[in-house]
Design a binder for this molecule. Structure first.
Ligand SMILES: Cc1cc2nc3c(=O)[nH]c(=O)nc-3n(C[C@H](O)[C@H](O)[C@H](O)COP(=O)(O)OP(=O)(O)OC[C@H]3O[C@@H](n4cnc5c(N)ncnc54)[C@H](O)[C@@H]3O)c2cc1C
Length: 440
């Protein structure tokens, strides 16, 4: 059931868990805790359905969607993605890698989804599981009272104030990083920074047959592009670039996106009959992490803790994993269980492991040596299969892939040495985009 703030006559409500943010992480943690019988309330500043970026899912996310009970609905709105087409204009060709070849038996596909539909499904699911959801309500401040309940002060679009008294608070506010804004501790990533400009298009040429739903990733001189096709014929296209490139923009965002597309001939050719289906949008300075994801009476899940870069479509996957393990920790806390500290450690270890595993690949994605390795099929010692398992989202305790991944990393360093000048120049270009260390 969705409640509007103004409906309530009482100004103070009590609950076990107050979740701030109704995106994938917030909806998942709320559904799992409500299922355990806890009184959960969720505040979402927007109203679903609403646009959100982050439209390509990973195969290893599917078991989590199944556990949440929404997989069948996601199948209805999603287009199956069996792999990724890597497009390198420098090499004059493209190459497709398929999840079906990943080490460890991931599902051979994931989905491309419009986030307006996907997030609506997850949000409705937590309400159906018993969480009380409030849309159009923005959390403004949390009063932590050590050893006692916390007070969460919020406001609706008409400026009406309301307060929740909660035994536990979950920050799931995504890149708004609400609690970091209040408590501090958020740091810009010292090794990476990028910015993005993107939109939805009609008339983008599709790949054929079973490859229709594959994501395409195309390198170009200022970064790389994504092409994500949806079931309804619309396609999401975005450029992830060095911040300096985006900062040099002199035209309006629509024109700038078209001009950027023109810099990548294979993509421009695919889009020669395309038309914008909505105004272009930009996102910048988004690579950050907070020093800790937990404190007295609260945890942070999903992007509220960390975000690196979208290249491997890892955001929703990491968000749902942290929500799942975070819910187990909060459940133990509410029960007063001695398992609470151990569950909290498991939650933290897993979240850091996932972010760390993806980071190594993300930082190097634009390096010439990395592109070289990705463009040449290489099944020696199952290296390619192991890398595919990472790309499928098997990043939390993938022991079988550990040795082949290590060999892949060694190969990367060897290939870098072979053309050290180009790789050094690319490294310098990447580091130029990283702002001096200070809080974000
Ligand atoms: C350019 C770009 C491309 C991306 N592409 C992909 C991709 O292809 N695949 C992928 O998996 N991920 C991708 N991501 C990442 C993905 O968008 C996020 O990782 C994912 O949405 C995280 O989910 P979340 O629930 O943590 O946060 P969000 O989805 O951001 O949800 C947070 C929610 O909290 C609400 N909120 C915020 N502040 C408040 C407040 N004070 N009070 C109440 N509500 C509040 C917001 O309205 C929002 O609904 C991309 C990101 C970017 C920037």
């Amino acid at each position: 059931m969705t409640h509007a703030v103004g409906d309530s006559t009482a100004n103070l409500s009590r609950c076990d868990v107050l979740v701030i943010g109704g995106g994938p992480a917030g909806s998942a943690v709320s559904a799992l805790l409500a299922e355990q019988g806890w009184h959960v309330e969720v505040l979402e500043k927007d109203r679903h359905p609403r646009f959100h970026i982050g439209e390509s899912l990973l195969p290893q996310t599917l078991p989590m969607l199944e556990r949440l009970g929404v997989l069948a609905e996601v199948e209805k709105i999603g287009l199956r993605k069996y792999g990724a087409e890597l497009v390198s204009h420098d090499h004059g060709r493209s190459r497709t890698v398929y999840f079906g070849r990943a080490l460890g038996g991931a599902r051979p596909y994931a989905y491309q989804v419009r986030r307006a539909d996907f997030d609506r499904i997850l949000f409705a699911n937590c309400a159906a599981k018993g969480a009380r959801t409030h849309t159009g309500v923005r959390a403004r401040q949390v009063e932590f009272r050590p050893g006692r309940t916390s007070l969460v002060h919020a406001q609706n679009g008409q400026g009406q104030a309301r307060t929740w008294e909660a035994r536990f608070v979950v920050d799931a506010t995504g890149r708004d990083t609400f609690l970091s804004g209040q408590l501090g501790g958020k740091r810009r990533n010292p090794r990476h920074n990028s910015a993005a400009i993107f939109s939805h298009f009609e008339g983008v040429r599709r790949l054929g047959g079973r490859d229709e739903g594959n994501i395409s990733i195309a390198w170009f001189e200022h970064g790389w592009f994504w092409v994500i096709p949806f079931k309804d014929g619309i396609t999401s296209v975005g450029a992830v670039c060095w911040p300096a490139y985006l900062q040099g923009r002199q035209t309006d965002p629509d024109q700038f996106l078209w001009d950027t597309i023109a810099l990548c001939p294979p993509l421009a050719e695919r889009m020669q009959h395309a038309k914008l289906a909505m105004p272009a949008q930009a996102a910048g300075n988004y690579s950050y992490q907070r020093t800790t994801m937990r404190g007295d009476g609260y945890i942070m899940v999903g992007d509220a803790f960390a975000f690196i870069d979208p290249v491997f479509s890892s955001g929703v996957h990491l968000a749902l994993n942290s929500a799942t393990l975070g819910a187990r920790a909060v459940d133990a806390y509410l029960r007063g269980s001695p398992e609470y500290p151990a569950r909290l450690r498991t939650f933290e270890r897993s979240v850091r492991c996932g972010v760390g595993t993806f980071s190594w690949f993300i930082y190097r994605f634009t390096q010439p040596a990395f592109r070289e390795l990705f463009m040449s099929p290489n099944s020696f010692f199952k290296m390619e299969e192991a890398v595919l398992s990472v790309l499928a989202g098997d990043v939390f305790r993938n022991r079988r892939a550990a040795l082949p991944i290590l060999l892949f990393k060694l190969s990367y360093y060897l290939v870098s040495l072979k053309d050290i000048r180009r790789n050094w120049a690319a490294f310098r270009q990447r580091m130029e985009g990283v702002p001096a260390p200070k809080t974000a």
